[in-house]
Design a binder for this molecule. Structure first.
Ligand SMILES: *Cc1c(COP(=O)(O)O)cnc(C)c1O
Length: 422
């Protein structure tokens, strides 16, 4: 039996209708921006393996640091105990975050980082007021993860449909623009005293279709929230660690969110790890002689030392000037390429923030064509040795920062070809 056949016999893959699913491609090795299958075929990983890989695959420096940590301490219960890597990462990360973030709470992934942030906000109000606020504001096309709380604050879609009656109510708002910003501020003002928090993906909504909106409008929403004491959660799970051109996407804002959610690029894409950070205001609302005011939340692998060793190593690489140059290089090359396809009759929109370039294909509003187009695009690029995984009719490039100019040019050329052929 081939590996793909053995896989089919025992494995249920994520986001996959298993009926009639194409055989999964066995990957045996990764190096830099490349993945190799068992037949030796090379693929350019143009989506950073689900947006996590920032320094390339099997990075030798991260591998060394992870191996070192494994030989010293692989895991320890994180209640009643601590360890050097956990403290060091918090010490290094907090000053890099915009504003005054004071505490790090560790978990396992992006969804858990979001769950923790939501629970911190909701319990903040329970701990501090007799009639706690319970409403949450989120963007209509947001994606914050797949666990129940994270699903609740994500836009309603086919992903959430089977569970919709069980998801808690959220006040969804449109992405802000010049036309609707006053209306959105009016809505927040109107709801003000009931709202516990506002959760948002800063400047780029990832899974919602790489939707981009201006920092100045986000700033206005944040000001409005802050005027009413509404807590603000920046979900930087996808946008963090250089992805949008700045270290964090929120760096360009004038307002400081109260909490941040981090994961994906946090470990350089090597190990699972999630972080929720908060400022002093949130943390102090939990300090009490009353045991009920404790945040009773944790996971078995909270602050896993091996994951954190990967994060510390990733941070070393990220802060290297060469990485910053790479981020700028990719951003500049994307802009030059974007100009060559903007206005193409097959494209409804071309948009870019930092290292993310998204192309929205025309579908003529035909939904059956949409899914066919998505599969055609995916298979077209796969056949050419490029991993691009469109979100419906949105094709996007989100590469590891080590990707070469030659690889980028090959991806751009192949997109030109797809615009001709598909
Ligand atoms: C991917 C993602 C999540 C969920 O992270 P997982 O590690 O997949 O649970 C949350 N928020 C955003 C913005 C994401 O892109």
């Amino acid at each position: 039996m081939t590996l793909a056949e053995r896989d089919k016999a025992v494995i249920w893959h994520p986001y996959t209708q298993m009926k009639g699913a194409l055989p999964n491609i066995p990957i045996v090795r990764g190096e830099g921006a490349h993945l190799f299958d068992q037949d030796g075929k090379k693929y350019i990983d143009a989506v950073s393996s689900w947006w996590v890989n920032i320094h390339g695959h099997a990075h030798p420096y991260i591998a060394e640091k992870v191996a070192e940590q494994l030989r010293v301490l692989e895991h320890v219960i994180f209640a009643g105990f601590t360890h050097e890597p956990a403290v060091l990462l918090a010490e290094r990360l907090l000053p890099l975050l915009p504003g005054k973030q004071e505490k790090v709470f560790y978990s396992d992934n992006g969804s858990t980082a979001v769950e923790v942030a939501i629970k911190m906000c909701l319990q903040f109000w329970v701990n501090t007021t007799p009639a706690p606020r319970t409403k949450i504001i989120a963007f209509k096309d947001a994606y914050h993860g797949d666990t129940f709380g994270a699903m609740s604050v994500s836009g309603r879609s086919i992903f959430t449909d089977p569970f919709k009656s069980l998801l808690f109510d959220v006040e969804f708002i449109d992405l802000p623009n010049a036309q609707n910003i006053e209306q959105l501020k009016f809505k927040i003002n109107y709801l003000s005293n009931e709202v516990a928090c506002f959760i948002f993906e800063p400047r780029v909504l990832g899974a919602g279709g790489m939707l981009m909106y201006k920092a100045e409008y986000l700033d206005q929403l944040l000001s409005t929230c802050q005027n009413h004491g509404i807590l603000t959660i920046a979900d930087e799970v996808m946008t963090g660690f250089g992805r949008t051109g700045t270290f964090f996407s929120c760096e360009v804002l004038n307002n400081e969110p109260d909490l941040f959610c981090l994961s994906k690029g946090l470990t350089g894409g090597t190990m699972p790890l999630g972080i929720t950070t908060c400022n002093r205001k949130i943390f102090e609302a939990f300090l009490s002689d009353d045991k009920l005011k404790t945040l009773y939340h944790g996971h078995s692998f909270t602050a896993n030392p091996v994951s954190i060793a990967a994060s510390l190593a990733s941070l070393d690489i990220l802060l290297n000037p060469r990485t910053i140059e790479n981020i700028q290089r990719i951003s500049e090359k994307h802009s030059v390429f974007a100009r060559t396809i903007t206005g193409h009759p097959k494209l409804k929109d071309v948009r870019q923030t930092g290292t993310i370039l998204a192309m929205e294909w025309e579908t003529g509003g035909n939904t059956s064509y949409l899914s066919e187009l998505r599969n055609n695009l995916y298979l077209f690029f796969l056949e050419k040795g490029i991993i691009l995984r469109p979100l419906g009719n949105i094709l996007y490039i989100l590469p590891p920062y080590v990707i070469s100019n030659q690889d980028l040019d090959y991806i751009y050329e192949t997109i030109h070809q797809a615009l001709k052929d598909l």
